[in-house]
Ligand binder design. Structure first.
Ligand code: NDP
Length: 448
C-alpha cells in the first residue's frame, strides 16, 4: 500500500533518490511545505503522483567542454543543461557560469523555474544550465572560445520550440552573443533559441533591466496592497550585478532611498541614498569593466566595508540580489533589528529556511524569488514572442507588459494565500498558484 503523503515521507523519498544535493533538497522542501497539505485536499494530484513527477527533471544533460586559453593551454570544464519540465511550453531558463556550479544547484534552480515560469502566465516550461567555468579574470577571447565550445555540444538540444536558454549569474549579453553566434553557425538558423540577446541580434528592449525592475514593481504591488507607497522608503540591497543594479535604478527612479550595494569584495554604504549619478558610475564599473566595488568606493566618496554584508543597516525594505543562501539566521535577526518590514528575493533562494522562520515570526512580509524575480524570464518570454513574429516592441511597450505581468503574479499570490486581506502568505500563494497550472497540464497529458 502507498504511504500516506506527509512532508517527512515525501522529503525522505526525495533525499534517497537525490543524495548529496542539499540545495535541491532545500528548494523542494520550501515548496513541499505549501504543497503537501494542498495536495492532500486534491486527491487527483496525489493519485497521478504529480509532485513526485515534478521533482524529477525530464532529463539531465552533462558534457565535457574543451577550449584553449590565451596561452594555448587546453582547459576542460563540465557543462550542464537540465530540462526540467515542458508541460506548459518549451524548456526555458538561464545559463550560469560559476566556478562552484554543480548538479544540486542546477536542480534547485530548474525546479524553482517550473513555478516561476508558470506564474508569469506565459507558455514557458522550465530548465537551467551552465558550466563550472569561472569567467573572472578571463580575457574576452577566452570567454568567446569557452562559449563557442560550450555551445558546440549544447546546440543539439536547443530550438525556439524546444529549449530556449537565457543568461544568469556570469552570463550577460556578451556571453549570450557569443553563444548565439555559435548556435547560428552550427544550425544555419537565425531564430529565437536564446534570449537576452543584444538588440541587433534580435534581443528585446528592457530584457537586461527586467529582473531588477520587476522586483521593484512587485514590491510596489505589496506596498499598494498595504496602502503604502515606495516613495521615501529606505532600501538595503545586496549584489552589484544585473539584478541588483537595475532594481536599484527603478527604486531610485520611484523615489526610494537605496543605501547599499555589495559584491564579493564587500559593500558600499550611501547613508543618504545613492544618487542617479553614483549608480550610473557603479553600473559602468561593474557591468562594463567588471571590477570590484572595493576599487570604486573611495572614488565615489562612499563608505566601503570590506568583506561585509549590508544587513545591519537601518532599512524598511530589503532586496537580497546576490546569491543563494546569503541570508542566514544571524543576518535575518540583524534585518529585523534594523527595522526591515518587507523583503523581496531578487536572487534565487537567498534566504535559508531557518532565516525565513525569523522573518515569519517577526511579521516581516516575505516575497519569494519565484514571484519577485520572475520579471527576467517574463521579458525573455516576450523576446520569444517578438522573435516569432519578427517584430521589435518599444521599451515603453515591453515595460508596460512587464508591469502588467508583475501585477498578475501579485494577484495570483493573493488568490492562493490563506490570509488574502491581512497578512498575505506570498510563499504559499506563489507555490500553489505556480503548481496548479503545471499540474493540470500534466494531468491532461496522462502518464508521460
Ligand atoms: P551577476 O553575476 O550579474 O551578479 C551577482 C552579484 O552578486 C555580483 O555583484 C557578485 O559579486 C555578487 N555576489 C555573488 N555571490 C556573492 C556572495 N557570495 N557574496 C557577496 N556578493 C556576491 O548575477 P545576476 O545579477 O544576474 O543574478 C543574481 C541572482 O539573481 C542569482 O541568484 C540569479 O540566479 C538570480 N536571477 C537572475 C536573473 C537574471 O535575469 N539575471 C533572473 C532571475 C534570478 P562579484 O561581482 O564580485 O562577482
Amino acid at each position: 500500500m502507498r504511504k500516506a503523503l506527509t512532508l517527512d515521507n515525501f522529503m525522505d523519498g526525495l533525499k534517497r533518490r537525490n543524495p548529496r544535493e542539499p540545495e535541491f533538497h532545500q528548494a523542494v522542501y520550501e515548496v513541499a511545505k505549501s504543497l503537501v497539505p494542498f495536495i492532500r485536499k486534491h486527491p487527483e494530484y496525489r493519485h497521478a503522483q504529480i509532485l513526485e513527477r515534478m521533482t524529477q527533471p525530464d532529463r539531465v544533460i552533462s558534457f565535457r567542454v574543451c577550449w584553449h586559453d590565451d596561452k594555448a593551454n587546453i582547459r576542460t570544464n563540465q557543462g550542464f543543461r537540465i530540462q526540467f519540465n515542458n508541460a506548459i511550453g518549451p524548456y526555458k531558463g538561464g545559463l550560469r557560469f560559476h566556478r562552484d556550479l554543480n548538479l544540486s544547484v542546477l536542480k534547485f534552480l530548474g525546479f524553482e523555474q517550473t513555478f516561476k515560469n508558470s506564474l508569469t502566465t506565459l507558455p514557458l516550461g522550465a530548465a537551467k544550465g551552465g558550466a563550472d567555468f569561472n569567467p573572472k579574470g578571463k580575457s574576452d577571447n577566452e570567454v568567446m572560445r569557452f562559449c563557442q565550445a560550450y555551445m558546440t555540444e549544447l546546440a543539439r538540444y536547443l530550438g525556439p520550440h524546444v529549449d530556449v536558454p537565457a543568461g544568469d549569474g556570469g552570463v550577460g549579453s556578451r556571453e549570450i552573443a557569443y553563444l548565439f553566434g555559435q548556435y547560428k553557425r552550427l544550425t544555419h538558423q537565425f531564430d529565437g533559441a536564446l534570449t537576452g540577446k543584444p538588440i541587433p541580434l534580435g534581443g528585446s528592449l528592457v530584457r537586461s533591466e527586467a529582473t531588477g525592475y520587476g522586483c521593484a514593481y512587485f514590491m510596489m504591488q505589496v506596498l499598494e496592497h498595504r496602502q503604502q507607497t515606495i516613495e521615501g522608503k529606505t532600501c538595503v540591497l545586496s549584489g552589484a550585478g544585473n539584478v541588483a543594479l537595475f532594481c536599484a535604478e527603478k527604486l531610485i527612479e520611484s523615489g526610494a532611498r537605496v543605501v547599499s550595494l555589495s559584491d564579493t569584495s564587500g559593500f558600499v554604504h550611501a547613508a543618504d541614498g545613492l544618487t542617479r549619478e553614483q549608480l550610473r558610475e557603479i553600473k559602468e564599473h561593474k557591468l562594463q569593466r567588471r571590477e570590484p566595488l572595493a576599487k570604486l568606493g573611495k572614488q565615489l566618496k562612499l563608505k566601503f566595508h570590506k568583506g561585509k554584508q549590508p544587513w545591519g543597516l537601518d532599512c524598511e525594505l530589503a532586496f537580497p540580489c546576490a546569491s543563494q543562501n546569503e541570508i542566514g539566521v544571524e543576518e535575518a535577526k540583524q534585518l529585523v533589528k534594523s527595522g526591515c518590514q518587507a523583503l523581496a528575493e531578487g536572487a534565487n533562494m537567498p534566504v535559508t529556511p531557518d532565516a525565513y522562520e525569523v522573518f515569519a515570526d517577526a511579521g516581516v512580509v516575505f516575497v519569494p524569488g519565484k514571484a519577485a524575480n520572475a520579471g527576467g524570464v517574463a521579458v525573455s518570454g516576450l523576446e520569444m514572442s517578438q522573435n516569432r513574429v519578427g517584430m521589435h516592441w518599444t521599451a515603453a511597450e515591453v515595460d508596460q507588459h512587464l508591469r502588467d505581468i508583475m501585477a498578475k503574479i501579485h494577484e495570483q499570490c493573493l488568490e492562493h494565500s490563506p490570509g488574502r486581506s491581512k497578512s498575505v502568505d506570498y510563499v504559499r500563494g506563489a507555490n500553489i498558484a505556480g503548481f496548479i497550472k503545471v499540474a493540470d497540464a500534466m494531468l491532461a497529458y496522462g502518464v508521460v
